[in-house]
Design a protein around this ligand. Structure first.
Ligand code: AMP
Length: 114
């Protein structure tokens, strides 16, 4: 998707503070952090939202989760606790339609989320 901002980050066309990447996944700091640590894990391929996942993406979805685990350890929040969130659709707060996991840590979190 040529106009997708997260595709452009994955392709290095616009800057982001990348903290981890492999051949399938890129993780970078959120521009508007909601916690001391707020990272976004994206696949390099364009998938608009959770609703667009299918069986062909099963391994990739797992790789996103494993990347979240890796960066949580890297950022020092694995033991204190962290939250992994995926907003799907406008009603859930999704604003960028390239699937992404939020990884948040460094402060306490309440439940239920707002
Ligand atoms: P969501 O609302 O779940 O779609 O999350 C989109 C997230 O992307 C928000 O937390 C934004 O702050 C973040 N964001 C948007 N543009 C950028 C960017 N260029 N670099 C880093 N984070 C971004």
């Amino acid at each position: 998707m040529t106009e997708c901002i997260f595709c452009k980050i994955a392709q290095g066309e616009i800057p982001a503070e990348i903290v981890y990447e492999n051949e399938d996944v890129v993780v970078f700091r959120d521009l508007n952090p909601q916690a001391p640590i707020h990272l976004l894990a994206i696949p390099r391929v364009h998938i608009a939202s959770m609703n667009d996942l299918d069986n062909a993406h099963a391994a990739l979805a797992g790789k996103l989760l494993l990347a979240a685990k890796t960066v949580a350890a890297q950022e020092g929040i694995a033991d204190s606790g962290y939250r992994v969130v995926m907003n799907c659709g406008e009603g859930a707060g999704q604003t960028v339609f390239h699937i992404h996991l939020h990884i948040l840590g460094g402060r306490p979190f309440s439940w239920p989320p707002g």
